[in-house]
Design a protein around this ligand. Sequence first.
Ligand code: APR
Length: 267
Amino acid sequence: MTNSSIHKLSNEELQVTIDEIATIVSESDYVVGMTGAGMSVESGIPPFRGVDGLWTKYGAPKMDGYSDFKKDPTGWWNRRTNEKIDSHINELRHALTNAEPHVGHYALVELEKQGNIQSLVTQNIDALDEKAGLQNLIEIHGNRTKLRCIECGDRVSLGDFVPLYAPDPCKKCGGIVKFDTVMFGEPIPDDVMTAARSEINKADCVLSIGTSATVRPASGLLWIAESLGATIIEINPTETKLTPICEVSLRSTAGEALPLLFKTLSN
Ligand code: APR
């Protein structure tokens, strides 16, 4: 499906569906947001799949990044500066460096402040949710601005510093340190997986925003929520694997739908 084939909702059609979502959210006790790369597209960060996706453009990356890292962590860190960096990494790194939260991120912050959503599980590593001010935030695929010890899980914020060579071993346990971002082939750290699962167990409504719902175990949480009786709502310009189990699917973008949802729930 190309973007041009996506039916653009009229303002009336959009508001009717927003009203439907607002009713479900306001009648729910525990609403959990689950965001994916589509949430950050309006901040200038390309998604991975779909017509404008990085993997669509450059092909999917190797799925064994983590085993490469574990074989030779120091060499991995050193190669980051010496070897030709893959084009998709360059494009993604440039976008991530310049990205700022957009109105959709700030709408989620306001929805959390006024108690319409209780937590946000994001698959994004761009730290934009944290920057926008989300409080109960679970970064299930990590955060690009942090380092993490793969032995004890201790995380250290990098601020704007990006290490070019292997950082010192973990100060807590002397373990190997890597970016907090979960690599392909790397298990999701126990602490964030447990926290995310705990939120899903409490949810009677899950707002899936900007995810193709294709990468497990993160996306599997959406089906678990549904199996536990939660109402699933999707905000995504295109259909996804999740669409068939959604109570409502809004063919809109995060930046268009979320401020409208906040406005509707504030009235
Ligand atoms: N607003 C909302 N959704 C959007 C927007 C937008 N402005 N633009 C695109 N989308 C939707 C696309 O239709 C697509 O369904 O966002 C989704 C992005 O899907 P993916 O690129 O597959 O991203 P995601 O679901 O987050 O991928 C999960 O895969 O590559 C790994 O680790 C990476 O966390 C990522 C994981």
